[in-house]
Design a binder for this molecule. Structure first.
Ligand code: PLP
Length: 382
């Protein structure tokens, strides 16, 4: 499938050219274990530490605060596990639209010590509500809120919530998985914990990072003292180098990311008799995401027919594929029937306006076909 018709970039992105080149070069030249005490091991270790410096510089924090991980799910689980153990008598506060790697992990580790902040009808966590919850008799030890939603693309007020937490001495974790590579990363380092994942911005799968605060010693893994004692397991240097190359490319070309194509796509649908509802349209959103509630027919049928036509879109978050519900949409007041008609469209910086308009046309064609009960005549080879 060509990227022009691939609209599931919040699930994963293809490996970028600079990432592929960096991966190959590192895997060929620096495949040695960074723990080795010989010259090649030291060279690998030096590269690893250079990458750590680079992540720190990009976020605006000390390099020593960065732990490389196997992606966002591991990073988010590590934060919840550490905080629940470190503060056994205190609560955590999460947003209801968090990715399951925060929501489920916080539920598991904090059990009955977990509060959930309310969100607006647009799916945005509201600062005054959080302020009130932080001022309660038993304030939480940890607040976790993502920077941008993987489902609707809405941007969350992470800077304000971070400041509120700072004023009250509460730790703040920002899952910036969907933000990094799409929006500038500068300033994120002011949060106590920050999660990032390479495959969301053109890097390889299975590599990411976690920024941690100074007095945090991650302790969940045993059997190795890598990552300055925070994580066990041989470092994925080629993956880390590839992540940095992909990220560098995206940060250097942030201006190539704009919402012009996505907005034209939405207008085309809004101007048609389709009657799709667009989630979070009234809020600030990522430039690449559109979450639609289709007027009729189950989303699985839409995805299958659009796939026949060569387009990849999703029924929602990739981690919940097969589930008919979404915790985010539930928190926003959607019913089960509506949730079964949700389509998520998430493009990439290289999509042209014409690619978005082709997708809009394919959706309208599909709708007319579904309405007329026409049978599928021709499948396009993917
Ligand atoms: N957090 C958010 C906001 C995500 O969108 C995702 C992936 O969809 C994850 C965490 C998990 O990422 P990973 O695949 O790196 O474990």
């Amino acid at each position: 499938m060509v990227i022009r018709r691939y609209f599931d970039c919040n699930a994963t992105t293809p490996l970028s050219e600079p990432a592929r080149a960096a991966w190959l070069e590192t895997a060929n030249q620096h495949w040695h274990n960074p723990g080795g005490l010989y010259r090649q091991g030291a060279a690998a270790k030096a590269l690893l530490e250079e990458c750590r410096e680079e992540v720190g510089a990009r976020l605006g924090c000390e390099a020593s605060r960065i732990v490389f991980t196997a992606g966002a799910t591991e990073s988010n689980n590590a934060v919840c596990a550490w905080a629940a153990r470190r503060f056994p008598d205190r609560k955590a506060l999460v947003s209801p639209i968090e990715h399951p790697s925060v929501r489920e992990s916080a539920k598991w580790h904090f059990r009955n010590r977990l509060d959930v902040a309310p969100c607006s009808p647009a799916g945005v966590v509201e600062v005054p509500a959080v302020r009130q919850m932080l001022g309660a008799d038993r304030p939480p030890a940890l607040v976790s809120m993502m920077a941008a939603s993987n489902e609707s693309g809405v941007l969350l007020p992470w800077e304000e919530i971070n400041l509120l937490c700072r004023e009250q001495g509460i730790l703040f974790h920002c899952d910036a998985t969907q933000w990094i590579g799409k929006r500038p990363a500068a300033g994120l380092g002011a949060c106590d914990f920050v999660t990032g994942s390479a495959h969301k911005f053109g890097g390889p799968k299975g590599v990411g990072f976690l920024k941690i605060p100074e007095d945090c010693q991650l302790q969940e893994q045993h059997g190795g003292r890598q990552e300055h004692g925070h994580r066990a397991g041989t470092e994925n240097l080629a993956g880390i180098k590839a992540m940095m190359a992909a990220w560098t490319e995206r940060e250097a070309a942030m201006e190539t990311c704009d919402a012009c194509g996505r907005d034209a796509f939405e207008l085309q649908l809004l101007d048609s008799p389709l009657g799709a509802r667009m989630v979070g349209r009234e809020a600030a959103r990522l430039w690449n995401t559109s979450l639609l509630v289709m007027p009729d027919f189950p989303n699985t049928r839409w995805v299958a027919r659009l796939s026949d036509l060569g387009f990849a879109v999703s029924t929602g978050a990739a981690c919940s594929t097969g589930e008919a519900t979404s915790a985010m949409l539930q928190a926003m007041g959607f019913g089960t029937a509506e949730m079964k008609r949700v389509l998520r469209v998430s493009g990439w910086w290289s999509h042209q306006r014409s690619d978005w308009l082709d997708l809009a046309e394919a959706i309208l064609t599909t709708w007319r076909e579904f309405q007329s009960g026409a049978t599928v005549r021709k499948k396009i080879q993917l």
